[in-house]
Ligand binder design. Structure first.
Ligand code: ADP
Length: 399
């Protein structure tokens, strides 16, 4: 079955076209809203195509992507009617969605209701859904949520210790994000370990520009480091992660910042960028740290120390763990981060094989713990689009 997967951001659309599990094409349209939107379109075995267009909103952007997919030279489809289903990544499903769902007008209305708590993410996701409804009106669409996997978290993990009325009135609670990735890599890890997921306690570390850690207890998310928004948890490229809630209030007073400014400070100017003053890119941070830059080294240490504490706390939450899994741009590629985050945890039965960690091949799944490590350590490349394509196929065929 041919499934188009769309991941619509505020000014970008990422897409992949699958035929069952085989990827036919992928691409990224960036700078939507400008006269110089750039489309990078790649088909396996062919040269990457780059083109620039005036694209002022998502609908025309998606129209361009569909045209490209059927283009005589650049395309991979004979006709647009070959697309049998479209799967959308939707960031926030709040408590309304605990699994992927066929899109109906009622589902769209519920996703619209979630805009209130995900004002940056859900509107572009919805723009993609509206565009496909218009351009491919007969094609079934499926929403795959980043929050859905975490809906199994128990109350004690998701409640904040603030007056209960804010939960009932404003739905303030921990939701957790990156669920598609945590779900995908926990399944992959179980198959690498040759055991059913239902028999395993796994800690998945998705480390990229945004980072989160999840405790996956017998296949169910029981805790995750991101919260009401993706700002909670680990420090990230530009986000502060966990912080004493009094700190932003104090800074607002001292610097006379308004809500928007403090929001930008915590989301865009903090994290490893904030500490190092150099970059949000972990490659640059590592390089500068290795050359002796003190603040870059500190940023790396803070990140890895917090990650280590999350791993430790999730071992406590699950009364042990069978595996720790690293994924995402940083988790898959940085042996330095994997090493620093798992150091001195032998007492918990977690032992990294430094040589295996250092020589792990890029893009491949691998085990990097010692033979005697009670908790196995794995690196598993994530593939959120593939999970979206599979869920879309399953839901559309079982209608
Ligand atoms: P996103 O969260 O946007 O999906 P990715 O998962 O692609 O991001 O991760 C991007 C991050 O991965 C960047 O900070 C980049 O520096 C980092 N990264 C990529 N390759 C390496 C590497 N070899 N070493 C360290 N960090 C890396």
């Amino acid at each position: 079955m041919k499934v188009l997967v769309l991941n619509c951001g505020s000014s970008s659309v990422k897409y992949r076209l699958y035929d069952d599990d085989e990827q036919l094409a992928e691409g990224l349209l960036e700078k939507i809203g400008t006269g110089e939107a750039q489309l990078n379109h790649t088909v396996a075995g062919r040269k990457k195509e780059v083109s620039v267009h005036e694209i002022l909103e998502h609908r025309t952007g998606i129209e361009l992507i569909l045209k490209t997919l059927v283009d005589a030279d650049k395309g991979v489809l004979k006709s647009i009617d070959d697309i049998e289903a479209v799967g959308h990544r939707v960031v926030h499903g709040a408590e309304a969605f605990s699994q992927s769902t066929l899109i109906t007008p009622e589902v769209v209305a519920k996703i619209e209701e979630c805009i209130d708590i995900a004002p940056l993410h859900n509107p572009p996701n919805l723009a993609g859904i509206y565009a496909i409804s218009e351009l491919l009106p007969k094609v079934p669409q499926v929403a795959v949520f980043d929050t859905a996997f975490h809906q199994t978290m128990p109350e004690r993990a998701y409640m904040y210790a603030i007056p209960y009325v804010f939960y009932t009135q404003y739905h303030i609670r921990k939701y957790g994000f990156h669920g598609i990735s945590h779900q995908y890599v926990s399944h992959e890890a179980a198959s690498l370990l040759g055991k059913p997921l239902e028999d395993l306690r796994i800690i998945t570390c998705h480390l990229g520009n945004g980072s989160s850690v999840t405790a996956v207890d017998h296949g169910r998310s029981v805790d995750s480091s991101m919260g009401f928004t993706p700002l909670e948890g680990l420090p990230m490229g530009t986000r502060s992660g966990d912080i004493d809630p009094a700190v932003p209030l104090y800074i607002m007073g001292k610097e006379e910042l308004n809500l928007q400014q403090i929001n930008a400070l915590l989301n865009k100017h903090s994290g490893v960028l904030g500490i190092s003053g150099i970059s949000n890119d972990f490659r640059t941070i590592e390089e500068e740290a290795s050359k002796g830059d003190r603040r870059a080294a500190l940023a790396l240490e803070v990140f890895c120390y917090r990650l280590k504490k999350y791993i430790g706390s999730y071992i406590a939450a699950m009364n042990g763990a069978d595996a720790v899994v690293f994924t995402g741009g940083v988790g898959e590629n940085s042996d330095v981060v994997r090493d620093m985050a798992t150091r001195d945890m032998e007492f918990l039965g977690l032992e990294l094989d430094r040589e295996k960690n250092r020589t792990k091949k890029r893009g491949e799944a691998a085990e990097i713990s010692t033979a005697s490590s009670r908790i196995r350590i794995l690196v598993v490349p994530t593939n959120e689009e593939l999970l979206i394509a599979r869920d879309t196929r399953r839901i559309v065929t079982s209608r």
